[in-house]
Write a protein that binds this ligand. Structure first.
Ligand code: PMP
Length: 378
């Protein structure tokens, strides 16, 4: 029986299998075989080489070198852990008690914000009629929030919609944030991996915030971009107004981390630091994430082409225009239920699919199934 799952949240290869990046596997083997390796505790703020590499990856070497006195970095338990630490800190030290989030957003954002004793309020983001960004609505809502509101932004590959602002949208968004003295928290879960395939492009918004001299927190995850889902590897990088602020923030973050995790795990951080520090290994990593991204782009195109060839009612160009692993198909809840019940294609009831679930083998079947539910619903 055919059984196609396109609702999961991790990358899958052409055969639909979990994927270990070859360069990650090589370094892991090297680490395990290293007889000098110890299992001593890391410092509270984590592995220094890893923190440096993550900040440089995010901000670029130039920005990092120019502003290193003003950049605080701590290692965290992947993207989720760094968001949790960021909001714990902000709850202690920021005056805003509200966090503005995109509508929709990754569901866990709401829980993390709530557990950090904030309330969240949505800003307009996704326009279902165009299946694109409602930049006008977003700017109006950000303008309407009281000065100094904390604003959570997806740096790239927005989850769940796959809809990202263009660079010129980001210019408007960040200039407004600066004027309103809002405090941005960037969620950087997909930099380089799976969005555009280029870490520099994907960090465009974050680097623009540096140029505009906006203080921010950036919560970085290595789960998707290194395929280290279970090693819980990530960092919180903070861009601050002064060297004094950096020292104060770093020391307070350490107090929070001490009671939450005491100190972070070593393995994933060591693997990532080793890769990013070496020109050769870094190049290998860049090639792999580019190839992973290209597979996603190809499957987007394949699905789109088939839907058009079948003359499926509707405009499906959003499938090729959206970014990252996820696509908001625009299918209704009842169409999603029909896809699952009748065709055994399993997707999220809000219409989100993981493009990595598509392969050369199953894309025809999925396109046909979508065609059938869309036409039977008309
Ligand atoms: N933010 C977003 C937008 C995500 O999609 C995810 C993973 N699904 C995360 C954060 C958390 O990632 P991690 O597994 O590194 O905690």
């Amino acid at each position: 029986m055919i059984f196609i799952i396109i609702k999961f949240i991790a990358y899958r290869d052409e055969e639909g299998k979990p994927y270990i990046l070859p360069v990650v596997r090589d370094i892991e083997l090297q680490v395990v075989q290293d007889e000098k390796r110890k299992h001593e505790y890391l410092p509270i703020s984590g592995l220094a080489d890893f923190n440096l590499a993550m900040a440089e990856l995010l901000l670029g070497e130039g920005n990092f070198n120019s502003f290193k006195e003003r950049i605080a970095v701590v290692q965290c338990i992947a993207g989720t852990g760094s968001l949790r630490v960021a909001f714990e800190f902000l709850n202690k030290f920021h005056t805003s008690k509200v966090v503005a989030i995109s509508e929709p957003t990754w569901e866990n954002h709401k829980s993390i914000i709530r557990e950090s004793h904030f309330i969240w309020k949505p800003y307009r983001y996704y326009e279902s009629s165009t299946k694109a960004l409602d930049v006008k609505g977003m700017l109006e809502d950000l303008e309407a929030f009281p000065e100094g509101t904390i604003v959570l932004l997806h740096a790239c590959a927005h989850n769940p919609t796959g809809v990202d602002p263009t660079f010129s949208d980001w210019e408007k968004i960040l200039k407004l944030i600066k004027v309103k003295h809002h405090f941005p928290v960037f969620d950087v879960a997909y930099q380089g991996g799976l969005a555009t395939g280029d870490p520099k492009t994907d960090a465009g918004a974050v680097c623009l915030a540096v140029q505009l001299e906006i203080e921010f927190f950036a919560c970085q995850s290595c789960s998707k971009i290194f395929g280290l889902y279970d090693e819980r590897t990530g960092a919180l990088t903070c861009f601050l107004a002064s060297a004094r602020a950096k020292q104060a923030v770093e020391s307070q973050l350490k107090i929070i981390l001490r009671t939450m995790i005491s100190n972070p795990p070593h393995h994933g951080a060591r693997v990532v630091a080793t890769i990013l520090k070496s020109t050769k290994l870094r190049q290998e990593w860049l090639q792999t994430i580019k190839a992973m991204t290209e597979r996603i782009l190809k499957m987007r195109q394949e699905l789109y082409t088939r839907l058009k060839r079948l003359s499926t009612p509707g405009d499906w160009s959003h499938i090729v225009n959206q970014k990252g692993m996820f696509t908001f198909t625009g299918l209704t809840e009842s169409q999603c239920a029909l896809l699952t019940e009748k065709h055994h294609v399993y997707l999220v009831s809000n219409g989100r699919i993981n493009i990595c679930g598509l392969t050369n083998e199953n894309v025809d079947y999925v396109a046909n199934a979508i065609y059938q539910v869309v036409t039977s619903d008309c």
